[in-house]
Design a protein around this ligand. Structure first.
Ligand code: NDP
Length: 244
């Protein structure tokens, strides 16, 4: 049987890397994007290939529609299809509104929200032709509850939830299932910038008393990509240790 193909954006490190490796372990051929060639990319590719599947790496920035179109076309050319799309690439540029520059707002929206649109818009026609597909968007609990100092990020992640629910309604009749995963505080480079005291404070406020790890998120993505979730669409699944 030929392998299914999963495209994971922002798969070079952190949550995206773990999702890509976890899906590789399930027998998916994997495509990941990168902006600049780096050691993380090589390591991720090696770890994916250790599972005996193919790993295609495509260069591009999700915030550019042209890059998104080129990356998707390259994957289709080489892998013939995309069964599962995981929109994971994301950034933060935190600041209180009073200090937040217009560019900090625009950059975060343009990578997190417009990036999700750019990639999805280019992938969906191929899924529609096949009359099947899974789209899993990585949002955040912050998009549901808001967070001081993250108005730009929270707006982008709330936007992803609206986008997810709308597409689930549009694409359900084509057997394309669209869901979002909303992680809480997960240990990655993104949260590494927080001071240890802040991390401890956050951990204390989480019912499960710890930050999450990348595997906690990847396990839910694996479920949403699998046949076990074939009657679930338009949902937001929190992976947050009970924070919300
Ligand atoms: P990291 O900062 O560790 O990794 C981010 C990934 O996104 C990298 O692979 C990076 O690639 C890629 N990326 C960033 N900007 C772009 C762009 N413009 N085009 C293409 N790729 C890009 O983040 P995390 O693993 O922590 O986060 C992954 C996702 O999970 C994000 O959407 C984040 O918002 C979300 N999330 C994270 C939480 C956490 O606590 N960590 C909590 C809730 C949600 P490159 O190597 O090129 O920089």
């Amino acid at each position: 049987m030929e392998n299914k193909v999963a495209f994971v954006t922002g798969g070079t490190r952190g949550i995206g890397k773990q999702i890509a490796i976890t899906l590789a372990n399930e027998g998916y051929d994997i495509a990941i994007n990168y902006r600049k060639d780096n050691e993380n990319l090589k390591d991720t590719k090696n770890k994916i290939e250790e599972h005996g599947v193919k790993c295609l790496t495509v260069q591009g920035d999700v915030s550019s529609f042209e890059d998104a179109e080129r990356m998707v076309n390259e994957i289709i050319e080489k892998c013939e299809k995309i069964d599962v799309l995981v929109n994971n690439a994301g950034i933060t540029k935190d600041n209180l509104l009073m200090r937040m520059k217009k560019e900090d707002f625009e950059d975060v929206i343009s990578v997190n929200l417009t990036g999700t649109f750019n990639i999805t818009k280019n992938v969906v026609p191929f899924m529609m032709k096949k009359r099947s597909g899974r789209i899993i968007n990585i949002s955040s609990v912050v998009g549901v509850m808001g967070n001081s100092g993250q108005a730009n990020y929270a707006a982008s992640k709330a936007g992803i939830i609206g986008f997810t629910k709308s597409l689930a309604k549009e694409l359900g009749s084509r057997n394309i299932l669209v869901n979002a995963v909303a992680p809480g505080f997960i240990e990655t480079q993104m949260t590494d910038v927080l001071k240890d005291e802040i991390k401890e404070e956050i951990s204390k406020s989480i019912p499960l008393k710890r930050m999450g790890n990348t595997q906690d998120v990847a396990n839910v993505v694996k479920f949403l990509a699998s046949d076990d979730s074939s009657y679930i669409t338009g949902q937001v699944i929190n992976v947050d240790g009970g924070m919300l």
